[in-house]
Design a protein. Structure first.
Length: 166
């Protein structure tokens, strides 16, 4: 290749470089990325929020179960569920507190009792507002929910919309 051919070749390759668009993303590419992120968010966010809600519900249900055990232990020791007029006669061991009002995660736990019966109620707030769970001395569990897509009343504890069995 002669010197003239080399100069012409260098000039052509330089011309090609100067005609190229600068590096970066086009508007179409950015719009595709935004659309993909939007679709993923639309699918993932409801699943994540459901997962968080189910976790909060489990905290309340575990508290009800633990409080039921405390009430039964109190009854075995005292032959009554009450420690006063209508106060539930159980509390955290050594705390001296009753179950009449307590919290467990996003739930407020309350208790009413007679000498031979009791009902412990967990009432949700925040992400679980509208969720109310109860248990009594006969181990009867009940769910009462006012969220859209959930059954309004169920004769067992439910943590997912399809868990209610007749």
């Amino acid at each position: 290749m002669t010197l003239l051919d080399q100069a012409q070749s260098a000039r052509l390759s330089g011309a090609n470089r100067s005609n190229r668009a600068p590096g970066g993303f086009t508007l179409i590419e950015l719009m595709i990325v935004v659309a993909v992120i939007g679709i993923l968010t639309a699918v993932a966010l409801p699943s994540y929020l459901g997962y968080v809600r189910r976790g909060a519900i489990q905290e309340g249900l575990q508290a009800l179960s633990a409080d039921r055990v405390k009430m039964e232990q109190y009854f075995m020791d005292n032959r009554t569920y009450t420690s006063g007029s209508s106060a539930c006669g159980s509390g955290a061991p050594g705390s001296g507190q009753t179950l009449d009002s307590a919290t467990a995660g996003k739930f407020t736990i309350s208790c009413t009792a007679t000498a031979t019966t009791y009902t412990i109620t967990a009432t949700g707030s925040g992400t679980v507002s509208g969720f109310v769970y109860t248990i009594d001395q006969g181990n009867s569990m009940h769910s009462s929910i006012t969220k859209a897509g959930w059954p309004s009343s169920c004769s067992n504890w439910i943590s997912r919309p399809g868990d209610c069995t007749p």
